[in-house]
Write a protein that binds this ligand. Structure first.
Ligand SMILES: Cc1cc2nc3c(=O)[nH]c(=O)nc-3n(C[C@H](O)[C@H](O)[C@H](O)COP(=O)(O)OP(=O)(O)OC[C@H]3O[C@@H](n4cnc5c(N)ncnc54)[C@H](O)[C@@H]3O)c2cc1C
Length: 372
């Protein structure tokens, strides 16, 4: 099939993953002309826990992305497991999280972007950018704005000279198992050297992701450190190939320069443990479109920083337990003794509770950890 490439556009979005498509949708909602190019072809898959927390779902709704119920699996809260201890909390105000396979999400987002009139180019890597526009293998497209939505290892970020940060990243892998979800919570299993994340994605499939600092620890090896999770999966058919990715908190001082602006993982990442990367990217896309409309990218920079604060902080807090089995046990014991602390943390995590309301629970947690 021949591919038509427009000569020029308002916005050229490099990368058609969740962040690029969300940006295309938000920009079209504001009336901009949009071209998206991705080197891969849909539906694009990626290592991911595949869950949206309630705040991410609110962003999905603002973008008008409607996912058929048959493609999703709802969860009511978050549960931590460490050895034989667990703590759980439900999302406030009867809200739910939603899990969806990445390939299904991609398909729905592509449809929404097409419906709004975005021009989508697949199998089309971007090979360079200049002040005037974007270079593809065989042509050049003039663009008023260039959006780097090309993922954590963004070349656009490098080309624009925005790539200044030292990452401290972890290694993550994911696979799907054919087994009925055993819980209506998204579960995090804490091991000595890794965490396993379990999210039901349909009536008969569970997505398992594993993250650790060890580049050699793949999913199968990690499950040996997580016997409770391994027992849940025992004998279940594996129904997807293993995919790997890097994860971690990473921030950049600036997310735009001249006519180049970054969104999604290209603009900084939050650790997979937050389950927030896509929701965050969607909120950034909405904010970016608003700022482009008003012509004030400093407003985007400011909002970008504000949006990332909460998940970055939560990731740092949760990862204090990483590689500290004793602290994991003590924390879980405190959460069991004071379930309201875990409940408030989850409420803060999904953006319902202001930070000031956490102070007293933080003090109780600190005191109990010292004295338990
Ligand atoms: C193990 C793990 C679990 C996670 N779990 C969750 C979760 O439960 N919930 C959640 O919300 N988030 C989660 N995340 C985070 C989430 O996966 C990312 O935040 C999200 O994929 C970011 O989307 P993106 O579009 O910015 O980047 P990507 O998904 O990486 O997409 C970038 C796109 O750019 C394209 N591209 C790259 N270079 C070029 C180029 N030169 N030209 C054209 N195209 C290019 C690529 O082909 C790709 O399609 C998890 C991450 C990991 C690693």
């Amino acid at each position: 099939m021949t591919r038509t490439v427009p000569d020029q556009t308002d916005l050229f979005v490099v990368g058609g993953g969740p962040a690029g498509l969300a940006t295309a949708i938000a920009a079209r909602q504001c009336g901009f002309g949009v071209v998206v190019a991705d080197g891969a072809r849909p539906p694009i898959d990626k290592a991911c826990g595949e869950g949206f927390l309630p705040d991410g779902m609110a962003a999905l709704q603002r973008l008008g992305i409607q996912i058929p119920a048959s493609e999703t699996w709802a969860f009511r809260g978050i549960r931590f497991w460490s050895s034989d201890r667990s703590a759980d909390a439900v999302f406030p105000e009867s809200s739910c999280g939603l899990a969806i396979r990445r390939i299904a999400l991609h398909r729905v987002m592509v449809e929404r972007a097409k419906q709004l009139g975005a021009h989508l180019l697949w199998g089309t890597p971007v090979t360079g950018i200049s002040a005037e526009g974007v270079r593809l293998n065989d042509c050049f497209v003039r663009a008023r704005w260039i959006v780097g939505a090309d993922g954590a290892n963004s070349r656009v970020r490098r080309w624009a000279g925005l790539d200044r940060s030292r990452p401290r990243l972890r290694y993550a892998f994911r696979r799907h198992f054919r087994v009925a979800p055993w819980t209506d919570h998204m579960e995090v299993y804490w091991g000595e050297h890794c965490q396993g994340y379990a999210t039901g994605v349909s009536h008969d499939q569970v997505c398992i992701a594993l993250a650790s600092h060890d580049p050699k620890l793949r999913l199968e090896g990690g499950l040996h450190c997580l016997p409770r999770l391994a027992a849940r999966l025992h004998g279940a058919e594996i129904v997807s190939t293993e995919r790997g990715a890097l994860t971690g908190n990473r921030q950049f001082r600036r997310v735009w320069r001249n006519n180049v602006v970054l969104v999604g993982d290209a603009s900084g990442t939050v650790d997979a443990i937050t389950g927030e990367g896509m929701g965050l990217a969607f909120s950034q896309a909405i904010s970016l479109a608003d700022s482009l409309r008003s012509g004030d990218l400093n407003a985007y920079q400011h909002e970008h920083r504000r949006l990332a604060l909460r998940p970055q902080w939560m990731a740092r807090l949760m990862l204090t337990m990483d590689r500290r089995p004793k602290l994991q046990q003590r924390t879980l014991r405190v959460f069991q003794r004071h379930p309201e602390i875990f409940q408030r943390l989850v409420e803060f995590h999904v953006g319902i509770l202001p930070p000031s309301h956490l102070v007293c629970h933080g003090l109780t947690l600190g005191w109990e950890l010292l004295t338990i």
